[in-house]
Design a protein around this ligand. Structure first.
Ligand code: ZN
Length: 265
């Protein structure tokens, strides 16, 4: 299996140099993630297919940089089937009929098969695809080299689920992760350990901020994130809220009138 990386041509602050989509050629030509429908992406896809019809598109999750190109691809590749895991509130947005996947499904790609690994947290429908014989994981937005992954608060994100997804993938011991953003991750164990440690550290900082008297999210952000750029403030606040929701769910913090308190244990 030699996946071909095709840039979706949507560079920006949240996508880096643009999303990577992965084409697997062979008996069942399959594209992993749909991009945004940029004509340069579609042209590169056509060129890589070299006259062969695209059979399947598997979308890792329903964020627009991964899913919104589906209709444009359907226009160029009649007969292609589109697959994802369900996100009922959003799945009607993208203008294609979806075949719904479930955790553990096996699906033909190229000349081989991959297994669906449900990895919620960053989004409620997030999946990875596992190619067992090469220990390769198509990671979507689970992990991005040299940075951390944004996990929004509920209902769109779930930090508890994200941490469980990281642990699940770490236990699979992938040799490499082919991500939707950034460089190929050839040291997954190290990055996943770093992610888990980073979230633990962040949580401890938030608990300490509350204990130190910063009991509202904005005050916690100011305490925990020094020298934060203005454009990152809302994401930092959402990250703090996601952590507070986790602590609340675990019975370790409570909210009253917009203030948060740590439960002594
Ligand atoms: Zn995403």
């Amino acid at each position: 299996m030699k996946p071909i990386s095709l840039n979706a041509c949507n560079p920006g602050p949240m996508t880096g140099r643009g999303n990577r989509t992965w084409l697997i050629t062979g008996r069942v030509p399959t594209l992993i993630d749909a991009g945004v429908g940029d004509p340069r992406h579609l042209d590169a896809l056509d060129a890589a297919l070299d006259g062969v019809r695209l059979a399947n598109v598997i979308v890792t999750h329903g964020h627009s940089d991964h899913a919104s190109g589906a209709a444009a691809i359907a226009g160029r590749a009649p007969g292609a089937q589109f697959f994802k895991m369900p996100w009922p509130e959003r799945d009607g947005r993208w203008g294609v009929p979806w075949t719904m996947l479930a955790d553990g499904d096996s699906i033909a790609v190229g000349d081989t098969t991959v297994a669906v690994v449900y990895t919620p947290g960053h989004a409620p429908d997030h999946l990875c695809l596992w190619h067992a014989s090469t220990r390769t994981l198509f990671g979507g937005d689970l992990a991005i080299k040299a940075t951390t992954v944004y996990v929004p608060p509920a209902p769109h994100g779930d930090l508890v689920a994200y941490l469980a997804s990281l642990e699940r993938v770490r236990a699979m011991d992938p040799a490499r992760i082919l991500p939707a953003h950034g460089r190929v991750i050839d040291d997954p164990h190290k990055l996943l350990n770093h992610y888990l440690a980073h979230r633990r550290d962040r949580e401890n900082q938030i608990v300490e901020a509350i204990r130190g008297g910063d009991t509202q999210p904005d005050a916690i952000v100011a305490r925990v994130y020094a020298d934060l750029k203005v454009e990152l403030q809302s994401r930092a606040r959402e990250t703090v809220v996601a952590h507070l929701q986790k602590l609340e769910g675990e019975g370790r913090a409570i909210q009253r009138n917009g203030h948060w308190w740590v439960v002594a244990n």
